[in-house]
Design a protein. Structure first.
Length: 176
């Protein structure tokens, strides 16, 4: 696993919990989660692409999207937002309905600002909670949810790194 990343599927039999530290300010990392143009660049495991059909990020709002697998399979998805506290927390429910993948869970993502000698860092904690331990185990076995989460957060890290390397960002200004 990459430095600054941990994934735990043992502390709670109904959950997958991931922590990852990003070398970027919290507002930037939060923006990568809340803007569909950013989501399209990193959402999903390695080899996947994401097409957004609708995006309404507010409590009760829905994000409808398709994850296109490297094998050509399309995975229909629906996320319904429950809570959004910029730039600290996002809570959403995944699934619901016969027109999406048969996977339901609640996710809480927290964004913690960390000060460091090299500038601002952000720790994301992502807790995916399933209706039962059996359902969590099924989703890991059938979809590779634990490994997919590791890959997805790796893609986010690469995307955020590209953003912070652009001229005018705080990290670029420190290098000058």
């Amino acid at each position: 696993m990459a430095a600054g990343l941990s994934v735990d599927a043992n502390v709670d039999p109904r959950s997958i919990i991931a922590n990852r530290v990003f070398d970027a300010p919290r507002n930037l990392v939060f923006s990568a989660w809340t803007d569909p143009k950013h989501l399209a660049r990193w959402w999903g495991p390695n080899g996947f692409t994401t097409t957004t059909h609708s995006f309404d990020m507010r409590p009760g709002g829905v994000w409808r999207f398709v994850m296109h697998g490297p094998d050509g399979r399309d995975y229909q998805n629906r996320i319904t937002y429950e809570e959004i506290v910029p730039p600290q927390r996002i809570v959403y429910r995944h699934g619901g309905g016969e027109d999406v993948e048969p996977v339901q869970f609640k996710t809480t993502v927290t964004f913690e600002e960390l000060a460091s000698a090299s500038g601002h860092k952000t720790r994301i904690t992502m807790r995916m909670e399933f209706p039962s331990a059996a359902e969590r185990d099924r989703v890991i076995a059938e979809y590779g949810a634990d490994e997919g989460l590791i890959q997805t957060l790796g893609r986010l890290e690469r995307h955020v790194s590209e953003l912070t390397d652009q001229p005018g960002t705080a990290r670029q200004e420190k290098r000058a």
